[in-house]
Ligand binder design. Structure first.
Ligand SMILES: C[S@@+](CC[C@H](N)C(=O)[O-])C[C@H]1O[C@@H](n2cnc3c(N)ncnc32)[C@H](O)[C@@H]1O
Length: 294
């Protein structure tokens, strides 16, 4: 695999937001991932990054957009290391049961029981083997929601290994859009989608938040799942609401128990109702609805 380069600047919140908007607009049509990540919460310092396989050409374009001195900020570059989200191989790890799902590596395929909905994920470069409390919380919540609702169109935002999108596809005969900011994760997601026999119904795309033409084409969604983190989830609340169909369900995770109230408040403001909370290992998974249907 060719090594990717991250071109980035470090800036305060307002400047970073401005730079992020300019770069996102510039690279949207190229499909290049652009991210704005907080690296120091206390001092509100952010890093705005563009990921590319052609750093020289992209650096020139960044300087064209921001000005040759890039707002007086140093434009840095680094090789993106092979991301090891999962610290240890799945070999030796036990399969996980969550809701109706049995998430396992290829070496445990024969341990599936007759009524299990198997999801085969080998540990790799994307998050989501089912072992984390947020993933298993989402799988459990997906099982519960799909048992009572009949979504026709779903989005898995921050798909990682595609474990949640595959879970939805195994429960409902519908189309699913699975996106991630990290192109390496998207490549892994696509492999897993094929391996699990659901590639015809899951479209994988590299996208930051909702910024991708595929989002506009597929919305509104009547089921959105997003296992990211509390802060980006709060920032995404208005966009989530905009892309959620009336009566649709939203499943959110990556939220610590201590952050639950803040996240709920951000979504309450958007007119979403809290339906249920699942708790696993200090993490919470929330089910919200665009209207209280039951
Ligand atoms: C905790 S992992 C979740 C993976 C999988 N969905 C699961 O539940 O196990 C979060 C994923 O979200 C992606 N991500 C983070 N911020 C994002 C954003 N703003 N837009 C899209 N993806 C994002 C990360 O690259 C990572 O793969």
């Amino acid at each position: 695999m060719t090594t990717q380069t991250r071109l980035f600047v470090t800036a305060g919140k307002i400047e970073a937001e401005r730079i992020f908007t300019m770069l996102e607009r510039e690279f949207e049509d190229d499909g290049l991932p652009v991210s704005n990540a907080e690296i120091d919460e206390d001092r509100e310092i952010f890093e705005v990054s563009v990921y590319t396989f052609e750093p020289d050409e992209i650096e020139t374009r960044i300087r064209d957009v921001l000005g040759s001195d890039t707002f007086g900020l140093e434009l840095k570059r680094e090789q993106v290391p092979d991301i090891d989200w999962v610290a240890h191989s799945l070999e030796g790890l036990k399969p996980v049961r969550a809701g109706r799902f049995f998430v396992h590596g290829s070496h445990d395929r024969d341990k599936r029981r007759i009524n299990d909905l198997g999801i085969e994920i080998d540990a790799g470069q994307a998050f989501g083997t089912g072992h984390h409390g947020t993933t298993s919380g989402c799988l459990d919540m997906i099982s519960q929601v799909i048992r009572r609702e009949h979504p026709r169109n779903a989005l898995d935002l921050g798909t990682g290994s595609a474990v949640l999108a595959i879970g939805i596809a195994k429960l409902a005969p519908i189309r699913i859009l699975a996106t991630d900011i990290d192109p390496v994760a998207v490549a892994v997601a696509q492999e897993n989608v094929v391996k699990n026999g659901v590639a015809a119904r899951i479209q994988t795309e590299t996208a930051t938040g909702f910024h991708h033409p595929a989002m506009r084409a597929a919305a509104p969604f009547d089921l959105i799942v997003a296992n990211i983190l509390a802060r980006p989830l709060m920032q995404l609340a208005p966009e989530m609401r905009k892309h959620l169909a009336w009566g649709g369900s939203l499943i959110l995770s990556g939220i610590l128990e201590t952050q639950r109230e803040k996240v709920l408040a951000a979504y309450r403001v958007q007119g979403l109702f809290h339906m249920k909370t699942l708790r696993r290992e200090g993490w919470v998974t929330l089910h919200l609805k665009a209207k209280a249907a039951y």
